[in-house]
Design a binder for this molecule. Sequence first.
Ligand code: PMP
Length: 401
Amino acid sequence: MQYPFAAAFKAPRGSAIRELFPYLSRPDMISFAGGYPSPALFDASGLREAMEHAMRAPPAEWLQYANTQGELALRGALAAWMARRGIAAAADHVLVTTGSQQGFDLILRVLIDPGDTVLVERPTYTTALQALRHAGARVVTVGTDADGMIVDELEAVPGIKAIYTLPTFGNPTGATLSLERRERLLEFALRHRLLIIEDDAYGDVRFDGEHVPALAALAREAGAEDRLVYLSTLSKIVAPGLRVGWMVAPPEIVQRCVIAKQTIDLSTSPWIQGAAAHYLSSGQLERHLPRIVAAYREQAHAMVAALREQLAGKFMFSAPQGGMFVWGFLPTGVDAAALLRTAIEEKVMYVPGAPFYADAPDARSVRLCFSMSTPERIRTGVERLRRAFQRYDTISWEEER
Ligand code: PMP
């Protein structure tokens, strides 16, 4: 059947990562592929209590349609949460979103006409690339290294409307933008009158190293407050199933995003907002978060140590200081997608890095997620990777002969 699809959906590209899902259910598979937070760390009892608390309130409070910008109690609790990391956001600059994914979609709706240019990191978060395609944006890229975006390269790119960046424990790179680069990025945005969209999905999950302030925390001093849109989420620090994220932006932007959100879902679930507000304001998130951070520290350390031991000289990477990912590169000539086929036979999976590139994908790149496996499984998984690599190496050598 020929349906009259809109241009962006005539030949849709699904998520390359989701295509790996069928392999995940194979018995004894160790997966470093998906980017899910660990369900073992969801605070089920704390959340049950928060949900019941919200339900005990008069029905009109959390079971009625709510205002689109978000419940004031939650916006206030989020403002207090952000203040811990030096982000001063008044509740009326906060918009509650159905996951931070919606926040990014909203900002594109109110900002981007087809053909407008958005600058992203190379590599960057795949679903953001998908949203940019749907919006018809022209995407240009800037390189990254172990310190995040190479801000010096920005000078060369003309005509950008906004910069989308993941400065803290990015997905996929796990890298963190240095303070000095943050300051220069803000200066750049000011000089060229651009918006910066800061995706801070992982900022609260630091397990090593020194705190580096979010761009949103530095913006005021830099005079760039009205240039910054900040996106964050409870997905990695509470649970993604809540679908609670938020945006902090100047009022003109929030107001337009509220109008855009009305036609999507009217509001994020008021009951879940009520529960989230209680969970934060009762101090339960503050009490629970250290458990998540400690577990990810142990898992990250196990992965980094195993990679150094098992794949020395075969996998180049920098140890992350937070987040859920290790990003690295196989030797020149090794294709991460081809190696994955051998890895799956050895019962270990990862994500080849190519889908994270808007352009010029590096076929050697690999993203490994450590959040879903215990340290023991991580060690076993990396041993399997070594076996896959050895087998692949002989296969490709034989093919060359
Ligand atoms: N940004 C980044 C960088 C992410 O990794 C994710 C989740 N994978 C999101 C945004 C979206 O998260 P959510 O919609 O659950 O808040």
